[in-house]
Design a protein around this ligand. Sequence first.
Ligand SMILES: NC(=O)C1=CN([C@@H]2O[C@H](COP(=O)(O)OP(=O)(O)OC[C@H]3O[C@@H](n4cnc5c(N)ncnc54)[C@H](OP(=O)(O)O)[C@@H]3O)[C@@H](O)[C@H]2O)C=CC1
Ligand SMILES: O=C(O)[C@@H]1CCC=N1
Length: 272
Amino acid sequence: MSPAQPTAPRLAVVGAGNMAEAILRGAFAAGVLGPDEVVAADFSPARRGVMAGLGVAAVEDAASAIGGAEAVLLAVKPQALGSLGALGRIDRDAQVVVSIMAGVRCDRIAHACGGPTRVVRVMPNTPLLVGRGASAIASGPDARDGDDALALELFGAAGVAVRVSEAELDAVTAVSGSGPAYLFHLAEAMQAAAVGLGLAPELADTLVRQTLLGSAALLAASDADAPQLRARVTSPGGTTQAATEVLENRGVQDSIRAAIAAAAARSAELAG
Ligand SMILES: NC(=O)C1=CN([C@@H]2O[C@H](COP(=O)(O)OP(=O)(O)OC[C@H]3O[C@@H](n4cnc5c(N)ncnc54)[C@H](OP(=O)(O)O)[C@@H]3O)[C@@H](O)[C@H]2O)C=CC1
Ligand SMILES: O=C(O)[C@@H]1CCC=N1
C-alpha cells in the first residue's frame, strides 16, 4: 500500500513503535480513523516502513508531523520525553496531546510543551493488538470537555476504554498496563512444568494457550467471580487442591500483590 500524504492530519503520532502500531491497526480495523488521516514520526527507518505498510505517511522528524494535526499521540518511551524538543511546536490552544507514556504526568508533558496544554493520558495494554485491550483514560487539568473523545474512540475501537482520574493511573498501569506480562509469566511456567512432566513442547504449548484463553473467556462471560470459578474446578481432596496448597504455602498471592505494588511504585518513580 502506498502511504497517503495528508495535508492536515487528524492525528500525528510521535513514536511509531509497538504500541502505536497496535493502536493504529485497531483504529483502522474499526474505521475510527483512516490511514490518510494520520502522519507518524519515528527515528527508525524500519518503523517508518511498518507505518508505510499500513498506508500511513511516515516522517523522521516529529516537528514536521505535528503541524496542523487535531491531536498528537505521544507513544515514545517515558525516558524520551526530555529529548522531544518538537513538543515546543504544539499549538497549545488548538491541539490535544494524547500520551501513553507510563508514569509521565500531565504537568511534565505540559512543561515540555511550554505551558498549560490540553493533555489526555491513556494507559493501554498489548491485547489491543487482538482487539481485546483494556485502556484507562485520564484528562489533565487543562483539558477541555470532549478532549478525551478521540482517545475514547481510538482505544475503545480495540477493546474496553474507561475514564479514570490521573491519580489512579499508577495503579492502573500496575494492574492492566503491565498485567499481560503476569499472565505470560504464568504461561511460561506452566509450559515448562508440562514439558518437565514429559509432554511434548508443542502439546504443552497448545494446552497452555487454550487453557488460559478458555479460562479468561469463562471469567469474562460468567456471573461468578474468580474465587467461585476456582472453587468449581477444585474437587475436595483432588488434583487442583493439591496444586493450590502448594501455591498458598509458597505465598503466590502475596507475591502477586507485591509485584503489582512494585509496578505502581515504579510508575510513580517514572513521574520524576
Ligand atoms: N508496551 C506496553 O505494554 C505498554 C507501553 N506503554 C507505553 O507506550 C510507550 C511506547 O512503548 P512501545 O511502543 O513499547 O515503545 P517502542 O520503543 O516500541 O516505540 C517507540 C518508538 O519511538 C521512537 N522514538 C523515540 N523518540 C523519538 C522521537 N523524538 N522522534 C521520533 N521517534 C522517536 C523510537 O525509536 P528508537 O527506538 O530509535 O529510539 C521507537 O521506534 C511507552 O511510553 C510505554 O510506557 C503503555 C502501555 C503498555
Ligand atoms: O513496562 C512498562 O513500563 C510499560 C507500561 C505498562 C506496560 N509496559
